[in-house]
Design a protein around this ligand. Structure first.
Ligand code: 5AD
Length: 346
């Protein structure tokens, strides 16, 4: 029965729910094995690294679960200068990493033009792909940034349940979020999205919808990361996501989505010391080490315990290289572009 289900090519919502409901140890192992097989077939043994620079922790939004929410008045806010951002990007490139992720809260003090200037400066200095992760911005800005060389945009849908989306996010809608993703894709960005697992009120059915939405959006990167209760938020006393459930969701997502990049997220390594290793074994093929420099590093506190030593630039690249080698894999060389390029429609 399970074997038949795992060998399907297309999965209905009920199929995904059935898989998510499996708790028998041996059956869960079969799901992991299948995910690992599919990862190997579609992504090979390479693990691609994306170096993250969190350049501002100011945020206009008030997402109920996030430590950067604007109502968190106790957070010491910072903004990095253009020069600091470029120097950090260069130090990432010197380690052989060829994707730079520019991430921030929704901070409009960095105007479209300022971001464009940072993108073109990086692009003219080092040979890297650039991923932007700046929240929901103007469509004109997305187009401008694409014109000056941005390659990818990461905008998580967080939850595919429109009602819950409105519970977690003030003045934001799931429809807008999906529209932004579709627009980004239509103008040539490789797009990344994904959910948070284990949010209050979320059900298994909602998680199945998350995976189906990722499929429908034909994402280039899909991230499934565990909820971690953040102290300065209304969800401070809620339960963290379960590590095993998180791994099961990642594995099922790999089985359903196939040729998509899936990261072993920073959040999973915050939840479990060996979270990244475990993630790599159940379908993940990407790691996104954090290179935000001091004194800013600890201030990008979306949730607690976010910066593991693995990401400490002082220990890198040994820690990450060892971690990847320990799982029998190797570091991917090059940009690590979408597994869907050339696109069918081009
Ligand atoms: N737990 C897990 N992930 C979180 N994010 C924000 N807060 C949390 C939390 N408490 C994630 C969201 C958001 C990204 C910036 O961080 O997915 O898109």
């Amino acid at each position: 029965m399970l074997k038949e289900l795992l060998n399907k090519d297309e999965f209905s919502k009920d199929d995904i729910i059935s898989l998510l409901e499996i708790n028998d140890r041996n059956e869960v192992q079969s799901i992991y094995q299948k995910a690992d097989e599919i990862r190997k077939k579609y992504c090979g043994n390479e693990v691609y690294l994306r170096g993250i620079i969190e350049f501002s922790n100011y945020c206009e939004q008030d997402c109920i679960y996030c430590g950067l929410r604007r109502s968190n008045l106790s957070l010491d806010r910072y903004r990095m200068s253009k020069n600091e951002i470029i120097e950090t990007a260069k130090s990432i490139f010197r380690l052989g990493i060829q994707t730079i992720v520019l991430q921030s809260g929704e901070d409009y003090l960095y105007t479209g033009e300022i971001i464009a200037d940072i993108i073109s400066s990086i692009k003219s200095t080092i040979n890297v792909a650039i991923t932007l992760s700046l929240g929901e911005r103007n469509y004109e800005d997305y187009a401008l940034w694409k014109d000056v060389g941005a390659d990818r945009y990461l905008l998580k849908h967080e939850t595919a349940n429109a009602k819950l989306y409105s519970v977690y996010h003030f003045n934001q809608s799931l429809k807008d979020r999906v529209d932004h993703l579709l627009y980004l894709k239509s103008i040539g960005y490789q797009i990344g999205s994904g959910n948070i697992i284990g949010l209050p009120q979320q059900t298994i059915k909602d998680i199945a919808e998350d995976i189906i939405l990722c499929k429908g959006l034909d994402l280039d990167m899909a991230s499934f990361s565990p909820f971690i209760a953040s102290p300065e938020t209304p969800y401070r006393s809620q339960k963290n996501a379960d590590i095993n459930f998180t791994l099961k969701v990642m594995a099922i997502a790999r089985i359903v989505l196939k040729n998509v990049h899936i990261p072993a997220t920073t959040a999973i390594s915050s939840l479990d010391k060996y979270g990244r290793e475990k993630g790599l074994q159940v379908g993940a093929n990407v790691i996104m080490p954090n290179f935000t420099p001091n004194p800013y590093r600890d201030k990008y506190s979306i949730y607690p315990n976010k910066n593991s030593d693995n990401d400490n630039p002082l220990y890198f690249p040994n820690s990450i290289t060892n971690l990847i080698a320990a799982t029998g894999r190797k570091i991917g060389i090059g940009y690590g572009n979408s597994l869907k390029i050339p696109r069918k429609s081009i």
